[in-house]
Design a protein around this ligand. Structure first.
Ligand SMILES: O=C(O)CCC(=O)C(=O)O
Ligand SMILES: [Fe+2]
Length: 495
């Protein structure tokens, strides 16, 4: 059974449906407007018709009314016609279109979706050190994309930043919202009003102890919304606080990027051990003698290699198609329970080894790549990351003390195999900050590393993260290989 959790911000896959829904809604407004237009046309025709007789009569009403036919007709009209005219006027128009829109309202993104989507944009800004204005203008790492955030988009970002108490960023977003504000029918209908933005801007400025600017903003808001009583109150309040405060505005120096973030931005490249060497692997399994794998060794301890052209476009297409109907919000284990958290924003689906021919083929590929016995290993996991989708630094092995039951049967996660099923235009690297190694997604390649050391104990150096996707949709396929079945294949060493 397939119950998809709606979490729009965590996967690009779910957004396609949202676009189609939007299209249906627009069509309905358009048809509704046509219906209204039809009614307007009918009413105008009616008015024209009525005006002819009434106008003629008013030119010389005495003369007009002396003719019995006119008198009769007037009485008849006034007796009979206005009741149906009124009925026609009040008759609802395009009810079916209104109902169609109402029907879709319950499936709209919720405030939780807005929070997740805002958080994703903020994550990009924070991880990659982007300027608010660049993000709003659609400039990522110096490249201009054909997209920008509207004034109302910026207000939502500003409110999210305000909620996170990142007031200096709230100030930047509200400022941008004001700069890009245009009065339009659209903005009026959705209640996006300049005075309201100035009010929010003022509040954020006050939180930054920029009282003079805050007062100017509140004045502006009052000018635009003279009826709004709360504004005078807020302005007075800020003036009071300004009098009591003798410090200076808060400063926000740009912080240094973390090790993780340097990797995400492709700044590990100067490491001497980078690109140890490339080989044709013909030995890991007998099959490789016939079809060697292109293998690039990136790190020896922990062992970390990249395979190139190891999964075909057709296999990728099949896996994605299989996964789409089953994608659900990714979870992590917390106190023995699977929970969705902000640290890991993506959607995934699991596939048993014998789910289909393609899963059987990929599992055989994994055997050839790793030489491991995948009996007792985990199912294949297909995963899609949406805008800003990421996975914070983590280990794939379990924390043995609190997950003993998880590892008892088949052991811990000795190795991870991760196929990249898309190129990612910007962002989305897999980074290992403790060994300064980053792997950028390339469609058809795969990264494989050992999580456990030779004593079958979790290796601290395997800490890794999935960097936020900036532009693109990142699809991967994971396999976690468990240790018990490797007893003869990769014997552990004694102390
Ligand atoms: O998406 C990636 O690059 C890494 C994913 C990962 O580390 C995981 O799912 O455990
Ligand atoms: Fe991982």
């Amino acid at each position: 059974h397939n119950v998809q959790e709606k979490s729009f911000a965590t996967s690009v896959a779910g957004l396609e449906q949202l676009l189609l829904t939007e299209n249906i809604l627009i069509e309905n407004v358009d048809k509704y407007a046509d219906k209204l237009q039809e009614k307007v046309n009918t009413l105008k025709n009616l008015v024209n018709h009525l005006k002819i007789e009434n106008g003629k009569a008013l030119q010389d009403s005495k003369k007009y009314l002396h003719i019995p036919l006119n008198a009769f007709s007037l009485i008849r009209r006034m007796h009979n016609d206005w009741n149906p005219i009124e009925m026609f006027m009040v008759r609802p128009v395009g009810e079916n279109h209104l109902n169609m829109i109402r029907k879709h309202l319950p499936e709209m993104p919720t405030s939780k979706d807005i929070t997740e989507a805002s958080e994703a944009i903020y994550r990009l800004q924070d991880t990659y050190g982007m300027e608010t204005d660049d993000v709003a203008r659609g400039i990522f790492n110096g490249k201009q994309y054909d997209a920008k955030l509207s004034s109302v988009d910026c207000v939502f970002m500003g409110m999210h930043m305000y909620g996170k108490k990142l007031f200096h960023l709230a100030v930047e977003w509200f400022n941008r919202a004001i700069e890009t504000y245009e009065s339009s029918d659209y903005n009026n209908v959705i209640n996006h009003i300049l005075g309201d933005i100035y009010y929010l801007f003022g509040e954020a400025l006050a939180q930054e102890y920029r009282f003079n600017d805050a007062i100017v903003a509140m004045e502006k808001a009052r000018e635009l919304l003279p009826q709004d009583a709360r504004l005078l109150h807020r302005k007075n309040d800020i003036e009071m606080r300004a009098k009591m405060y003798d410090g200076s505005p808060v400063k926000h120096p740009k912080r240094e990027p973390t090790d993780n973030e340097r990797g995400c931005s492709g700044q590990y490249v100067n490491k001497p051990s980078f690109r140890l060497y490339c080989v044709y692997n013909t030995t890991t399994s007998a099959f490789l003698r016939l079809a060697p794998l292109k293998m690039e060794i990136l790190h020896l301890d922990p062992y970390l290699v990249v395979f190139h052209d190891v999964i075909s476009d057709a296999e990728i297409q099949e896996l994605k198609t299989l996964a789409k109907p089953y994608l659900n919000r990714s979870t992590v284990y917390k106190d023995g329970k699977a929970v969705a958290i902000d640290r890991r924003t993506s959607k995934y689906a699991w596939f048993g080894d014998n789910f289909s021919n393609v899963t059987r083929r990929i599992n055989q590929r994994i055997r050839d790549m790793t030489g491991f016995d995948i009996e007792g290993s985990e199912m294949l996991q297909v995963m899609n990351y949406g805008v800003g989708g990421h996975y914070d630094a983590h280990y794939d092995f379990f924390n043995a003390s609190d997950t003993e039951d998880v590892v008892r049967e088949t052991g811990d996660r000795i190795a991870t195999v991760l196929f990249y099923m898309t190129d990612v235009e910007q962002g989305g690297a897999t980074v290992f900050p403790k060994i300064e190694t980053a792997v950028f997604p390339r469609k058809g390649s795969a990264v494989m590393w050992y999580n456990l050391n030779n004593k079958v104990v979790g290796d601290d150096l395997t800490l890794h993260a999935a960097c936020p996707v900036i532009v693109g949709s990142k699809w991967i396929c994971n396999k976690w290989i468990r240790s018990k079945a490797q007893i003869f294949r990769k014997p552990c060493y004694k102390e």
